[in-house]
Every structure is written in C-alpha cells, then in structure tokens.
Design a protein around this ligand. Sequence first.
Ligand code: S3P
Length: 445
Amino acid sequence: MSSTGQTAALSARRSGPLRGRVRAPGDKSVSHRALIFGALAQGVTEVEGLLEGEDVLRSAAAMRAFGAGVEALGGGRWRVTGRGGFVEPEDVIDCGNAGTGVRLILGAAAGFDLAATFTGDASLRGRPMNRVMKPLAGMGASFLHRSGGRLPLTLRGGSLQGIVYRLPEPSAQVKSAVLLAGLNARGDTVVIEPEPTRDHTERMLRGFGARVEVEDLPEGRRIILAGGQALSGTRIRVPGDPSSAAFPLVAALVTPGSEVTVEGVLLNPLRTGLLTTLQEMGADLTLSGVRDEGGEPVGDVTARFSALRGVDVPPERAPSMIDEYPVLAVAAAFAEGVTRMRGIGEMRVKESDRIALMAAGLAACGLAVEEEPEGLIVNGAGGNRPPVGGAAVITRGDHRIAMSHLVLGLAADVEVRVDEPGMIATSFPGFVDMMRGLGADIGPA
Ligand code: S3P
C-alpha cells in the first residue's frame, strides 16, 4: 500500500507546474546490502536513511531468520547486530517481490553449513534463479528447485570453493551473490564482468573491512576477493535512490513550467545513465552540492521543464540505467522525434516484462511504439502536442510500470489510470504524497 493507503486504482491528471524540493527515499540496492552485510559481519552496524519499502523489509526479516539482530530505531535508523555468520532458519524465507533480496541472500547464505528454503510473490516466483544457482553450484552449493530454476527453492550451503566466473548477463545481483559466497569459500573468487554493473557490493565490502581488488582489463572488469575474510560492523548512511528520484525529475521535465529539486541523490557513475541520456535529449538538469557520503558520491539534482528531443541510447549504457528505462520511455513519449532503446533484453526479466508492458501502456496512450526482442522504440508526440493518454494501464504489479505511467498522466491530454498501485510501496513508499506535495494531481481513479 502507498503511504496514503490506496490499493485501488489511481489516476494522474494534467497538472499545473510542479515545484519544490524533495528527498528521494533511500537507495534500494544500498539498503538491501546494508542489512545483509551487517548480518554477515561481526558486531554492530548502524544504518541511517534505510529505505523502509516492502522489498527491504523482507530482507530485514530474512536477516533475523538467519540469526542477526535487526532493530528499527525510527526515522530510517536501523541497528544490525551480526554474529559473523548465518544460522539455519526455522522457516521458509519469503523475499516478497525482491529479486535483489533473494539473489544476494542466496549468495550470502551459500557459504554456511545450513539448508534454507526461499520463496516470493507470484512475480518473483516467475523470475530466473538459474543465473545465481549456476555459479553457486559451481562453488559447491546444491539446490532443489522448481522446473526452469524458479522459486520456491531449497539451498544446501557450506564447504564452498572459490570460482572464476565470467558473467553471462550484465547483472550486479549475480556478481554480488558470487562475491558474497566467495567471502566464505576456500581460495580466491574472481568475477569478470564484460560490462561494468553497479559496484555497491565492492564498495561496501571495503567499508566492512574486506580487501577487494578491481582491475579494468580489455575483456572487462575483474574483481578478486580472497575467501575467509571476516567483516566488521560499521556505519552506513544510505544515499537517495536515483531510480526513485527519476520519477519526480522526469515529471518536472515533461510538465510545463515545472522546477523540482531532488536532494541527496546517489550519483555513482554506474547509476547515472538516465541523467546522461536526459541531458542528451536536451533536458535542463543541474547538479549541485556534489559531495562524498560514506564512500558514494551524492548531490542535489534540479530538473526544469524542457523541450526534449529523441535520441539513440547506446546499448552499453544499459547497466547504468536498467531500472530507469520505463520512465525514460515516458520522457521519450514527450520528445520531438524517435528514441531508440536497444540492448535492454534484461528488462524482460525484471518484476515484469517491462519492454512489453511499456510498449502496451504507451500504445494505449496513443503513442507509436515498436517492440523488439531486446529493444523499445518510441516515436515522441513532440513539443507542442502532448501524448493523448486516457489509458487504463495494466502494471502486473510492477511498481516502476505504475509510477512511470502516473508521470505520463501528469502532462498527457486525458488522465491515465493504473491498476495495482499498492505495489509502489515495494520501492517508493510515499511516492503519491511526495508527488502531490509538488503539485501533481494524482488521486483515486
Ligand atoms: C540491482 C541490480 C539490478 C537492478 C535491481 C537492483 C542490485 O538487477 O535491476 O533493481 O541491487 O544489484 P540485475 O543485477 O539483475 O540487473
């Protein structure tokens, strides 16, 4: 449920200028990791600004089940007391909607002598887990699972051996699962990623006192972690989530007269592909107050209404903005000309098939869209003619599909309605209130 309590359909209507300063909720990737690393470590980890979304709360419950002390102290402050290892959980671990949660926890748990059964909601039970089971099995873990490598599955961990693993798909989740397993494996674990993906795991391993070597080679990035390293509790300040900041920022770019600042946004260069792309589209974006917070660059991002033009997004940029393509497709819908997004096959195995759902939603809002096996092409409505809108959009319970279409509705001719908006709370509790505070006309359908 959203913070305003709606689970029924929501509508976004053409709004006046959006104005104000807001703070993005805590970064989801960093929040999951803060809890998991804190639980693996010896001693106390104090976390500030944790994302209290449903995905992360599932990871908090999972860490308790594996034996860590996890306390919410209020206002995004959490204390994790790690025992330097995991114990066997008494019950099934339900990761809800969270792919990051389940894949990272599988890696973390694989290093211990335990059995654990994992499940999730209908979306997560449909997503591929082979991508983590394969390398973890190569290290010595074993699995019992449904056909197609789906959840529910049971992990039997312990006695792992380090591995040299070249990522077949650009996935920070898989990289992180292998590195977390490598912490409790014999010998070195080496991950080679042909395309660099978000490096929060590498940064956080160092923050918890582990040695990690990273080398940029012609064949990609090589990460080397020696097994048997103990982590020690630390302090973590979670930066604002650029994947959530994307929604108010794009809303300001497409809604005439708007100026919105999102404060404290994580600006890790492996997460800023959307900002680069929007700037290439002619977006008026300014960064200010860029600073280092707990080993990650953060800053305030201001977006002003802009005449956007279509662009070709380089496929190699995909890992740095993989969760932002749905809202980029909305920006593209308002642009003059064509935006081509290619090399985004990973979008099909997210919380939903996001290429298919964005293509369907935009088409239902009157846009000319082409769907490719690994791409999405949007013919923008153009500067003076906003998209028609008027659709009832099917989100299949995907939070980012819901938020993207609500952003579209703020500047389309006819209101846009989304089903299942309750799922927004998995990553962005308070989205509706924040947007309303900026002047957005979003309410019950
Ligand atoms: C994440 C990695 C990405 C991203 C997800 C968070 C992470 O998934 O889509 O929301 O925290 O490592 P993949 O690694 O599967 O691309």
